[in-house]
Design a protein. Structure first.
Length: 317
């Protein structure tokens, strides 16, 4: 583990409040200046503060990761990028467990109380609807703005440290050809990346962007290629080659991975996954919970080397 990674884990693993984010940005600023990079902050929608390192307009590739921290939840965000049906069924299951079931219990109790109080059916129905929507709003608010998850090894301290390691390891000869963006408010709805694209459409419509999100838990590296970026597939395969302990798959079709690369036409998403023999598919779990503690250093080292390889390949084209 690099010294900067140790510092991030010890001092900046939680990046949710204004102060936590500001302290983290100051840390990245110091690292950027130490490496001879340009540093700036760009304000986007909903108050998103994106960190921009280097010259994006000149860069042949832009490496990105979101730095905001999600609220802690009682259930993991379970993702199966190559099986959308399982992902959808899980979302429906979670909705039923944490919304419909409590509503039925609360509703039954309320109806019993209302009946004993002698309330009419019309009044009972109105009051129940008000309670239902208040609880729904509270639940959604908790999911978006609840207490920060204190364990963010995979989501997305792994992406953040990957970017920093690339910055630190990148040869001086490649620094003008690579830029970095740390997106804010990904967890709230990709507001940081959407804002950046809206502000720089002409510059980013054909610009290669590689996004690292949740890359430290799992020995399978999935590289998701958006349609407009498919002509980079062979370069990706050349840059990121399987090792004894890491399997790489570059996927152009039949794959779904919800992260910041989706905001860009020429976006590529990178994630690490485990494989379920029972489900016969790749999956990601533990994120958004206190079990998000797995940090495979070999993944970060592998991706850092691959990102530098890709930059080198692109500069020679």
């Amino acid at each position: 583990m690099t010294e900067t990674t140790k510092t991030i884990f010890e001092k900046y693993q939680i990046r949710k409040s204004k102060k936590q984010k500001s302290d983290f940005r100051d840390c990245v600023k110091s690292i950027a200046y130490g490496g001879g990079y340009k540093f700036s902050i760009e304000r986007g929608k909903m108050g998103a503060d994106n960190i921009v390192i280097g010259d994006v307009s000149r860069a042949k590739v832009v490496y990105t990761a979101h730095y905001d921290t999600c609220p802690i939840l009682p259930f993991p965000n379970f993702i199966t990028p190559k099986n959308f049906l399982i992902y959808l069924l899980y979302q429906i299951f979670i909705t039923c467990i944490f919304l419909l079931v409590p509503m039925l219990i609360i509703g039954s109790a309320f109806l019993a109380v209302a009946k004993n109080a002698g309330l009419s059916e019309d009044v009972t129905g109105v009051i129940y609807l008000v309670i239902y929507y208040l609880i729904l709003i509270a639940f959604l608010f908790f999911m978006m703005a609840g207490p920060a998850n204190k364990h963010t090894a995979n989501d997305n301290t792994s992406g953040v440290t990957t970017l920093i390691d690339i910055m630190n390891a990148l040869p001086d000869t490649l620094k003008d050809d690579v830029a970095f963006i740390f997106f804010d408010l990904e967890e709230s709805g990709l507001f940081g990346s959407k804002s950046f694209y809206a502000q720089h459409k002409s510059m980013m419509k054909d610009k290669l962007l590689v996004n690292f999100d949740c890359v430290s838990d799992g020995e399978n590296i999935l590289i998701v290629v958006n349609k407009k970026a498919r002509h980079y597939t062979e370069y990706l395969k050349e840059a990121f080659i399987d090792t004894k302990n890491i399997h790489v798959e570059v996927a152009e079709k039949g794959v779904f991975y919800p992260s910041d690369q989706a905001s860009f036409p020429c976006g590529i998403g990178v994630a690490s996954l485990k494989y379920s023999k029972m489900l016969k598919t790749y999956y990601m779990d533990k994120i958004h919970t206190n079990k998000d503690t797995v940090y495979r250093e070999e993944n970060i080292e592998f991706l850092t080397a691959g990102a530098i390889n890709l930059a080198d390949i692109l500069t020679k084209q």
